[in-house]
Structures are given as C-alpha cells and as structure tokens.
Design a protein around this ligand. Structure first.
Ligand code: SF4
Length: 377
C-alpha cells in the first residue's frame, strides 16, 4: 500500500500525502473519510487552494475545517532565484532548512515540461558535472519534489504536462520519495500528469533500475508500468566510464546492460533513452561510437547525443560541431538510432549534469541569502 514517508522536521506538510495517505490521515485524526479528504485533495492540486472552509463538503462542519487547517501545513517554498535563456528558465526554491533546489521550465510544442530535482547536490561524483562539485547535502522528501510542480503550475502559472527527474541528484538514490511524488503527480484527481509523461533519469544505478522494473510489473495502483526511463551512458567502455562516472566501478556496463534488458517497456513504440554527453578527446572517436553501438545491441534504445556544456573550471572541453556530426553519423551507420541535442535550454535537459549550478554551489550553506542564478552555459 502507498503511504507517506516520514517528514524531515517541522509542520506536517500536506504535499507529501498521496490520495490514499491523506484519506487514511483523515480517518485517523478526524474520524472522517474520502468524502472530505478527496475534496481537499482535488482543491489543493487542481486549483492550488488549500483552505477547506469554502469547500461545499465542509460547509456543514466548520469545526472540521478548522481542525484540518491546524493539522496540515501548506506553504509553497519561496522562489529565491530565477534565470533563463528566453522561454526556458530555471528557478530556485528555498527549502525550510535554508537549502535550495533547482527546477527548469522547458517549453515543448503544446505544453511545458518541468525538470525537477530529487536531492540537494548529488553523491554520484561524475567528473564533468557541476552539481557533483557541491557534494551531497540531502535528499528531498516527496512534498519538496511535488512543491516544485505546484510552484510551476500554481505560482508561475505554467501549463506543466510533463516531468523529468533530471535536475540535481540521482533519483534512484532517493527512490521511495521519488515514487511517492510520482503517485501524487500522476493522480487523476489532482495534478493528473500521466506516468507516461514522467521520466526517471539515472546515472546507471542498477539496484534502482531493478527495483523500478519489479514495480513496473505490478498492476495499478501500485504499479509504475508507464514511467519512462533514461540512463546517462556517456562512455563507450568501462575504462572511460569509470574515469568520468564513479558509479561504473560499482555497477559496470555489463551489469547495467543486464538490468536494462530486463526492464519492461510499456508500449511497443517506447524506447530507453540513453544520454551520451559528448566530451572532446574523452569519448568522441569513431572507435567509441562503434563500441556504443555494439553495447546497445539488443536494447530498444535511442541515443540522445549532447555536446558537453563545460562546467566552471572543467578539465574537459566542448566538442566542435563537426565532432558531434561525425559521432552522430558513425552511430547511425552502425545501426544505432540517435538524436543530436543542443547545449542550452530545452535540449540541454536531455541529460543530468548539463546545466550549471554555480550559484547553488556558492550557496550550499543553509540560511544563505537568496541569489539569482546565471544562465546555463
Ligand atoms: S551528472 Fe547527474 S548523477 Fe552525475 S553527479 Fe551530476 S547530477 Fe549526479
């Protein structure tokens, strides 16, 4: 059964409860059920209105509305920074302990996508990534993940219909909270962002992929069969991958591939998205492209090729346009489906570690002053 994970500290944040969890809380605390809990859930997520008082379901029972108001806290985090390159923009949220997390609004053709963070910082240590320079500070709870979507929809008034877990952090390293957030985001009685419009992006955390695969096989409501999976591959072999992505020492490419082969794709047209950040002089030769194509044989995968967007003081360089075009053609010639993405804004969100977090790095201490973050790149 779904349930709300333990809160960090402070008031009981209503955003960490899924529908079943909120209903159970209403029964436990007030001796009431779905009639009242469901009304509040719908009002909160559909309209951003948390006061039960005006709801018809509470009209005959104002004392219940008062008790509900006292029991649950609903206060969206303050937007402490915002920057962008036109339509795509990032915003920072100041969390209740003073840490900040980053989210990115990305325009698509008919709607907008939101890239959310699952942690403050990251412990995966990818050498090309700016977030890795912050180290790991803490994981977000489900309410803090959901709050990023609520701010985008109800404060910034953005038509968010798609969510990608490609912001700060490794989602598989915080999977309970990520899945609880998915339950809440995808609930048709609330935000109604379908699971097929939610992508979990992982650095190659094999235990997490296997756990998600097992959950995907379960029927609804506990099943997550329609969630999409993206994997940051970024290297053609174990030698290169272990050098730039320490996770590979724990789960080398063979183990990763075995887990991906077992991962169920929901529909015939679905792909595993393999993100490949192309770094000049590191993973960009023809031999590397052929190794990647060979590695992906047997997987229904689409390679998203992203020219590296160097972080501050990065020892690695951005590839030239011709390097990227060559790598693309080598992959396609080898029979591997591939797309080339840009380095900024919308396209940069094709892989984690591709947008800078310089201000966050400076601002890693709790209670630090609000800052405006610089544009990516
Ligand atoms: S690239 Fe992704 S997984 Fe790797 S350190 Fe950066 S945020 Fe973490």
């Amino acid at each position: 059964m779904s349930s709300a994970p333990a809160a960090l500290t402070g008031p009981d944040d209503i955003l960490r409860y899924d529908y079943a969890g909120l209903t159970a809380e209403f029964a436990r605390r007030f001796g009431k059920g779905e009639y009242h809990a469901g009304a509040l859930f719908r009002s909160l997520y559909r309209r951003g209105a948390d006061d039960p008082g005006p709801l018809p379901e509470f009209a005959a029972n104002p004392s219940l509305a008062a008790k509900v108001r006292d029991a649950f806290a609903y206060s969206l985090p303050e937007i402490s920074g915002r920057s962008g390159d036109g339509e795509t923009y990032k915003f920072l949220l100041k969390l209740r302990d003073g840490y900040e997390c980053e989210s990115v609004i990305i325009p698509m053709r008919q709607y907008k996508s939101l890239c959310v963070s699952s942690q403050v910082g990251c412990k995966m240590g990818c050498t090309f990534c700016e977030t890795a320079q912050m180290g790991y500070l803490r994981s977000l709870d489900a309410g803090e993940i959901v709050a990023q979507v609520m701010v985008a929809r109800h404060v910034l008034k953005e038509p968010i219909e798609n969510v990608v877990f490609m912001g700060m952090g490794e989602p598989m390293d915080n999977l309970d909270n990520v899945l609880q957030a998915v339950r809440i985001l995808s609930d048709q009685r609330g935000l109604n962002i379908g699971q097929s419009s939610i992508t979990i992006s992982t650095v190659g955390h094999v235990d997490g992929i296997r756990r998600l695969a097992a959950l995907a096989a379960q029927p609804p409501p506990e099943g997550f069969s329609r969630l999409r999976l993206a994997v940051s591959l970024n290297a053609p072999n174990d030698e290169v991958r272990s050098r730039i992505m320490p996770i590979n020492r724990q789960w080398p490419l063979a183990e990763l591939k075995a887990a991906l082969l077992d991962f169920p794709l929901a529909r015939r047209g679905d792909f595993l998205f393999m993100e490949y950040v192309l770094i000049k002089g590191v993973n960009d030769t023809r031999a590397h492209a052929l190794e990647v194509a060979e590695y992906l044989k047997g997987l229904k995968a689409c390679v998203n090729l992203i020219p590296y967007n160097p972080r501050l003081d990065s020892p690695f360089a951005r590839p030239d346009k011709t390097d990227t075009a060559d790598f693309f053609h080598w992959l396609m010639e080898a029979g591997q489906y591939c797309r080339v993405r840009g380095t900024k804004g919308k396209d940069a969100m094709a892989a984690c570690g591709q947008l800078g977090n310089r201000a966050l790095k400076r601002n890693r201490a709790p209670q630090a002053a609000a800052v405006v973050i610089p544009a990516a790149g």
